[in-house]
Design a protein around this ligand. Structure first.
Ligand code: BDR
Ligand code: CA
Length: 315
C-alpha cells in the first residue's frame, strides 16, 4: 500500500518533537508532505526553528518546513514555557538548524497542497493550537473535500483540563480555531488528555530509548528528561504524559487505541470554562457525531512501537 500523505501542524514542544521523530521513522506508512509550525508552547519564531532542528537530528534536512500563524484567531496569545522551558525543547542543546525555512506561509502551503491533492486523500495531524488549520479552512473552504481525516491532539473529558480546570492547552490557546476544526464536517479523531495521560514516559521507558544510542534516541531521552520534571510534580505520577505522539502512533497502529464516535463542541465564550471540550460521550444531546473520541490505549504497546521506530535511526 502507498504511504498515507500527511501534513503535521505543530508547536514543538518536546512531545511535538518526539511526534515528528515517530513520523519521520515511518516512511513506508507515512508520506510527510510538509511540517507546518504554529505559535503555541512557545512563540512561532521558536516553534518553526525547533521543528527544523528535529529534521536535522533525524537526517531529513530536505523536509519542507513552513511557519504559519503567530497568534490565535481571536484571543490573546498564550504560551507554556513553564512546562517546555524557554526554548520549547529544553533538555537538549538548541542550535541553528540546517533545514531551511520555506518562504511560503504555512496556511498557503496547506491550501495549495490540499487543492492539488485528490479528494479525501490528505490526513492532517495537528499537535498544537489549531490556528493554521482553521485559518486555511476559513480562507478556502474548498480544501475540506481533499481532507481524508484530521487526527489531532487536544481536549479533555474525564481528565479535566491541564491549563484551567476545564481546558486542555491546545484548545484553550485557540478555542475559536478548535471550534472551526471540530465542526468542519470532515472526520476528526481526537487524542485528548483522557488518553494521553495514560502514556507516561517513565524512567524505565526513557532509559530504554536512551540505550538505543542514536542521535534521535539521545535527543528524545534528553527532552523527555526535562519534560518529566515538571509533569511528575504536577500529576504525582511517574513520568510525563507523551501527548502528541499519540496522533502518529494512531496512524501507525490504530488497534492499540479505543475510541467512540461522539459530538465534541468547544466553549468559545465563557470566562470560566473557555476552551472546554464538551464531549457528548453518552449521546445525551442530539448533536451530530463529529469526532472519534479516543479514551484508551495500551501504553506498553505504544512504547514498544515508539522505541522500535526510534531504533531505526541507528541503521
Ligand atoms: C498539549 O499542549 C502542549 O503543551 C503539548 O505539546 C501538547 O500538544 C498537551 O496539552
Ligand atoms: Ca504540542
Amino acid at each position: 500500500m502507498a504511504p498515507r500523505p500527511i501534513i503535521i501542524d505543530c508547536d514543538p514542544g518536546q512531545d511535538d518533537a518526539v511526534c515528528l521523530f515517530l513520523a519521520m521513522s515511518s516512511p513506508d506508512e507515512l508520506e510527510i508532505l510538509g511540517i507546518t509550525a504554529v505559535a503555541g508552547n512557545v512563540p512561532l519564531e521558536l516553534t518553526q526553528r525547533n521543528a527544523r532542528q528535529m529534521c536535522d537530528i533525524a537526517g531529513r534536512t530536505d523536509m519542507p518546513v513552513f511557519a504559519g500563524c503567530s497568534r490565535p484567531m481571536v484571543r490573546e496569545p498564550m504560551t507554556a514555557e513553564q512546562i517546555h522551558g524557554t526554548t520549547g525543547i529544553d533538555g537538549i542543546e538548541v542550535v541553528d538548524p540546517v533545514t531551511p525555512l520555506r518562504s511560503m506561509h504555512a496556511v498557503e502551503f496547506i491550501i495549495e497542497t490540499l487543492l492539488a491533492a485528490s479528494e479525501e486523500s490528505v490526513t492532517l495531524v495537528p499537535t498544537g493550537p489549531l490556528t493554521n488549520i482553521a485559518t486555511a479552512i476559513d480562507k478556502v473552504p474548498e480544501i475540506l473535500s481533499h481532507i481524508d481525516e484530521i487526527v489531532l491532539m487536544g481536549g479533555a473529558m474525564r481528565e479535566g483540563g491541564n491549563r484551567t480546570p476545564s481546558a486542555e492547552f491546545n484548545i484553550l490557546a485557540d478555542p475559536h480555531a478548535a471550534d472551526i476544526v471540530f465542526c468542519c464536517g470532515r472526520p476528526v479523531t481526537a487524542m485528548g488528555l483522557d488518553v494521553t495521560h495514560k502514556v507516561l514516559s517513565t524512567r524505565k521507558r526513557v532509559a530504554k530509548i536512551k540505550a538505543l544510542n542514536n542521535p534521535v534516541a539521545t535527543a528524545t531521552a534528553g527532552m523527555l528528561g526535562f519534560f518529566h520534571r515538571f509533569d511528575t510534580k504536577k500529576y504525582g505520577s511517574e513520568g510525563a504524559p507523551l501527548h502528541d505522539p499519540c496522533t502518529v502512533a494512531y496512524l501507525l497502529q490504530a488497534d492499540i487505541f479505543d475510541g467512540k464516535q461522539c459530538n465534541v463542541s468547544v466553549e468559545t465564550q465563557s470566562r470560566l470554562t473557555l476552551g472546554h471540550t464538551a464531549v457528548d460521550f453518552w449521546n445525551v444531546t442530539d448533536r451530530p457525531h463529529n469526532t472519534n473520541w479516543i479514551y484508551d490505549v495500551d501504553p506498553d504497546a505504544f512504547f514498544e512501537l515508539l522505541t522500535g521506530r526510534l531504533a531505526r535511526f541507528g541503521d
